[in-house]
Design a protein around this ligand. Sequence first.
Ligand code: SF4
Length: 466
Amino acid sequence: MESLATIHSVPIGKWNVGGGNAISIQTMMGRGVENEISWRRELEDIAAEGCHLVRVAIPSELALQQFQRLRRDLSCDAIAFIGDVHFQGKLAIDALEVCEKIRINPGNFASHGARSMAIVDKDTLEGERKRIEKMAKKFFSRARECNCSVRIGSNGGSLSNHHRMSSASAELAAIASVLEMVQWAEEVDLKNLVASFKWSDPISTLLINEMAREKFNSLGKNYPFHLGVTEAGNGLEARIKNAIAVGILLSKNIGDTLRLSLTEKSVNEIRFAKKLLDFLNRHRLCLEILKEKSKELLCQLKKFSDEHWIDDLQESQSGSYDDEILGLIGQLLSVENANFLPDITTFPPWKREAVRCLLQIFRLGRFHGEIIACPTCGRTQYNVAETLDHVRRRFSRLKHLKIAVMGCVVNGPGEMSDADYGYIGSANGKVNIYHRGQCVRRGIDEAHAIDALEEMIRQNGDDCVE
Ligand code: SF4
């Protein structure tokens, strides 16, 4: 599958993104650079699987130096490296010399993190905007000198204050904040830019990317788009979320590179991405088609209203269901199968659950609580994948709740700000619990944190099932 030829081509190491080039596949290293042996092993695995671009968390100058040292000894030149830097403009500038591309988030680039939430008056916001502009232009100028590309990647949960407060919706704020950064980059003559708009909800991801592409095109800004759903979680549901958002966008010729976020081994993201691209070479996906079929699907599902699917779900974690999930999506959403409705009463339980996930994603029914989780990276403070499974088993019966399982306090609080409860790694093996955006318990030992979360949910009267 290829990107549109009308889109600007952006070089990233030996790869080119956009401009009619093949859609490139990305992942992010789950290991921190300080774990040298396992980091190298992870890199070998994703390289062997055909990864084109890999993102590396750079949380500090020390991590940057360690990454630089590791890079020097690598024989693998098929992969281009993307540094991921948050809240530290100066560190982002330093990382330009070591990476082929840097990802920045306009919502936290050079901002003061949690403290910036307190900024409300117009003058202070304008002062903040000017300060960020100065730092961003310095960064973009240096990127041009270093021949380093930049992804300006917004995230639904971490939008900058000055846009959030002056825009009518989060979607418009995200588009405005990326366009503002693009403008600053163009003013210092940096053109090697990629934009992204990620939400944890696949339908929002779909809609904002359509809206953003239209806006960018109307302004003549033909920069490539990086696609992905953020905090998709793992297993069955995460695959469905990614396939829906990314699959429908690519079917509409939107998108030039992708990262299918999974709270699993990074190599699984590459495997699933390759399968999805192969699948999309044969099928075109359409959201309207599922909406047409949904009433009949809901009727069929009512026959299994007391079904417990959680135990069966475990099987889907290994990635062995990649093909079956894509096959199901092809049956339900593809243009070629627009008039075909499968008899889902003959499906095994996991496959009926996949249909429930689809309907819930499309807001056509509420079957379980929404549990989101970050895909983990070098900043992760505890075993997110294991915790996610525990949280899902304990709380997914609470259909009305959205619970976020996040690896660190750097990005976690912002990116899960719309969740009812958050479970966030605060230090090695320690967890903070959040309720509707506020940190309500700090530094709980990982071994007791899920119990603490349950207690909190009970105390707040949120543990009742309708
Ligand atoms: S929230 Fe998760 S993926 Fe995001 S920076 Fe923290 S550990 Fe990494």
